[in-house]
Design a binder for this molecule. Sequence first.
Ligand code: PLP
Length: 399
Amino acid sequence: MYFRLKLLLKSNLILYILTDMIYFDNSATTFVSQGVRNKIIELTEDSLSANPGALHKLGNRAADICEGIRKETAGLLGAKPEEIFFTSCATESANTAIKGYMSRNKRSGNAVISTRTEHKATLECLEYLAKLGYEIRFVKVGPDGKPLIESLEEELGKGDVALACFTLVNNETGSVLPFEDIFKTIKAKSPATAIYLDCVQALGKMPVDLSKLGADMCSFSGHKIHSVKGNGVLYVRKGVRIDPLIVGGGQQDGMRSGTQSPVLAGAFLEALKEVSTEIDESFAKVSEINNFLRKELADRGAKILSPDDALPYVLNVSFDGFESETMLHCLEIYDIYVSTVSACSAKTKKVSYVLLESGVDRKIAANAVRLSFSRSNTMEEAVEFIKRVDEIYEQFLIK
Ligand code: PLP
C-alpha cells in the first residue's frame, strides 16, 4: 500500500486528495513478491553465478542448481523434469510450441484449429503459419467466450488437423475453458491432433496439474504470478517432438539454447511455490472482492461482461457514458490502475476483439474496462473503488 498526494485539476480548482494506490491490473502484470526478491539476491551471490555449462566445479554447481529448480518446478506442475523448459516469457513458450510442433510434425496434417479470442501470443503464431501455407480454422465461441462444441466438431470433421490451440483462462474476461469437454471432443474426433494450452492466466488461480490436464504443450509466465519479467516456462509432454525456436549451444536438451539463468528460473519457482501455497486463501479473498464489485457496479447500471462462471481474478465491465480509455484515465486521477483491452495491445486503441468475437455490441465493448485482482488486493480497495466511480460519474459525466 502506497500513500500518494495526488493533484487534481478541476474547473481551475486545485484539489489535493490523499489516496492509496489501488492496483487492479494484475492480469497485465503483478508486483514482485518479497520472497522472489530475496531469492534473486540469494541466487546472484558470486559463487552461484558461474555458467551452468562450464566444465569446472563452479559450473557443475550452477548446473545442479538449475536441475534442482527444474525438478521442483516440474513437481509443482505435475510434470516430469524433462518436460519442463525455462524460457524468457509465455510468448516465447507459445512460439516454440506452436511453430515448433508444426515444423517438426509436417506429416500430422496441414491444419491448425483455434479460436479468434486467443491472446496475440497465439494468434500471431497462427498468422505466421498461415503465411507459410498452413490452414488455420477458427472455432466459434459463445457469449461466454467458450468454444462451441458443434463448431469444434465441424472444424475437426474437415480433417487434417495437426494441432489445436486454446487458452485455459481468457486474459480479458476470465472465461474458463471447459477443457475436459473440449479435449474429449478432440480425442474422439481426431485422436492424432496435438493440443497446445495457454495456461498463463490460470496458474496460481485454479489447480493446474499437467499429469491430468491432457494437453501436450503448455505455456506459463512468471510475471503474472509475482515473479520478475523475463521468465516463462514451456511444458512439452514426453514423447511429443517439436523443433526448437532458439538454436545455439544446445542447452536445456537442445530445446532452448542460450546460457541458462538460475536466477530467473529460481525466481519463477519461488513465485510458483508462493501462489501454490496461497491458492485457496487467495481465491476466497478475490472472490469476495469480485462478488462485491459485480453487485455494486451492476446496481449502478454498469454492464458486467465477464461470464458468471468466470475465474474471479478478472472482471470485465462496461461503464455507460465513458469510453474505456476515458474511464481508465479518470480512475488514474485517483491512483487506481485498470486496463482497457489486454496491455500487449492496449496502445493500438482498438476495441477488444475478444469481446466482439463473443458477440458483445461494439458500443458496449468500446466502454469496457478490465479489473484484475491478486492476493494483495483488499475489500477496502473494492469499497474505495466504488466510491471513486460514483465521484467520477458525478464530476465527469457529460450529461
Ligand atoms: N497468454 C496470455 C493469456 C496472457 O495474458 C499473456 C500476457 O498478457 C501472454 C500469453 C503473454 O505472456 P508474456 O508477457 O509472458 O509473454
